[in-house]
Design a protein around this ligand. Structure first.
Ligand SMILES: [Zn+2]
Length: 478
């Protein structure tokens, strides 16, 4: 996947003339939004306050040049697509403009720009196999830097041919998002947002019915986003202790040589902020304001924003990030809890949630014993003869494993600020199974989780009863 890095981080170096034009065209729409609670819903749905008027382009002369040079031309409401790629049966290039049109509707909705305001928005994209052909045809100006995978300059963009159709579509949409935000929103934000939102809004899957395009911000399965590899990259970065902190991603610099890891990291921060229950409002409010150099200031000065808490939540997010990540079920309660009584205590752990704070604080170096009772449902299998519930005790089931442990196995952990293996903070699993002893590594709460794929949580049900006490003491009666 090393070839997947797109070199479009210099996109903002577009022609000065065009930028001036865009600024002149800035239209301010004043929307009456009061602070009256009853207006909250309307406020949510209100169109954004400012966006640029579309600059209509007459692409006919460029289309004529393309045809004269023997290049293929595909066209829809929002896209002129030119390519020198030879026609191949089943290559579905002719479908790309219509898919692009569907994506424009998704982007307009995301930024709350009325569809009527983008009806004339039309960009000129080139899918390039041989750059020389485009140069000779006058369709790739010398001023465009020598990009690897893609480059966008306002209403025009270029992207290189990819052998994988899904990744070709992804690149088309990634550059399309750059064009959309640059031309309609005068985007001038930090690199993590510029690239992260292009990745976030380009992530999709195709379905049979219309509209074909489905935005899949967090894909449900790897098949949804063939060869995209963003989730796998974050996992590799975490495992190799090279995953960046939230602040490190915030500090990404524009470059023509963005790595796959930096694109995945930029995507993961947008994925985190856009859907995490504690940050989605701050992020959405910030996105509806001007996308300018004050973007970070607006985000981090939003009421309730806590940088340290956000950093910890981001580390917990990247540690558990996977297909089907479930934001609400995997949201973590970080409250400090109460000191575990000398007589021990009883708590519960739900099969339908991620890491759960037991509410009991452990003491560094002290040994504890734990016993878990009960059964719960950890998945449902669809079979030809009906639906099969997979049930488990705290020991887990041997027929299905997740992250090297049996599904359904009870995990006992504490949050570890400084893992021995290096890298970002994470949950340190101290023990597992239904009957175990362990030693606390910090004065902090005990967390419990029933090992499972994020995508299975919504099919899971039930809970285990967990008795916890100091080692050597008798367990409390239930
Ligand atoms: Zn880009």
């Amino acid at each position: 996947m090393a070839q997947k890095a797109s070199e479009s981080w210099q996109r903002r170096s577009g022609s000065r003339y065009q930028r001036v034009q865009d600024r002149i065209c800035l239209v301010i729409l004043f929307v009456l939004v009061g602070s009256i609670p009853g207006l909250a819903r309307e406020k949510e749905k209100a169109p954004r306050k400012s966006y640029s008027v579309v600059m209509e382009h007459d692409w006919h002369s460029l289309i004529h040049r393309a045809r004269s040079a023997g290049l293929r031309v595909f066209e829809s409401n929002h896209l002129v697509l030119i390519t020198d790629r030879a026609s191949r049966a089943g290559d579905a290039l002719e479908d790309l403009p219509e898919i692009f049109d569907e994506a424009v509707g998704i982007w307009a909705k995301h930024y709350r720009i009325p569809l009527s305001a983008v009806s004339k928005w039309k960009v000129f994209g080139c899918l390039v196999v041989d750059r020389e052909r485009f140069r000779k045809a006058g369709l790739l100006p010398d001023a465009i830097p020598d990009f690897t995978n893609g480059y966008c300059e306002h209403y025009r963009f270029w992207f290189t041919e990819q052998s994988n159709p899904a990744y070709r579509r992804h690149l088309l949409l990634h550059e399309g998002v750059h064009a959309f935000t640059a031309t309609l929103l005068n985007l001038n934000t930090p690199t993590w947002y510029t690239e992260g939102i292009a990745e976030w809004l380009a992530t999709h899957r195709l379905v049979e019915r219309r509209p074909q395009l489905q935005h899949t911000p967090i894909p449900g399965t790897p098949e949804d986003v063939e060869q995209l590899g963003r989730i796998e990259m974050i996992r590799r970065l975490r495992q190799s202790a090279e995953a960046p902190s939230l602040d490190q991603v915030f500090a990404l610099k524009p470059t023509l040589h963005g790595t796959v890891g930096s694109y995945a990291s930029a995507w993961s921060v947008v994925a985190f902020l856009a859907r995490h229950p504690r940050y989605q409002e701050a992020f959405a409010v910030t996105e509806q304001q001007p996308l300018d150099t004050a973007f970070m200031h607006r985000l981090t000065s939003h009421p309730g924003w806590n940088g340290a808490a956000a950093s910890r939540d981001f580390d917990a997010f990247t540690a558990d990030l996977d297909y089907g990540f479930d934001y609400s079920r995997m949201n973590i309660n970080w409250s400090p809890g109460r000191r575990l009584p000398a007589a021990g205590a009883t708590t519960k752990v739900s099969a339908a949630l991620g890491w759960q704070n037991s509410g009991w604080q452990l003491k560094t170096g002290r040994q504890y014993q734990l016993r878990a009772l009960g059964r719960c449902r950890v998945a449902q299998l669809q079979r030809t003869d009906g639906q099969l519930d997979l049930e488990s005790t705290a020991e887990g089931i041997s027929i299905d494993w997740y992250r090297s442990l049996p599904l359904g196995r009870l995990l006992i952990a504490q949050w570890d600020e400084k893992p021995d293996s290096g890298g970002r903070p994470k949950f340190k699993v101290l023990a597992e199974g239904g009957e175990t002893t362990f030693t606390a590594v910090s004065d902090s709460p005990m967390f419990l989780k029933i090992n499972n794929r994020p995508g299975n949580l919504s099919q899971s049900d039930g809970q285990l009863i967990v008795n916890i006490g100091r080692k050597g003491d008798s367990f409390p009666s239930r």
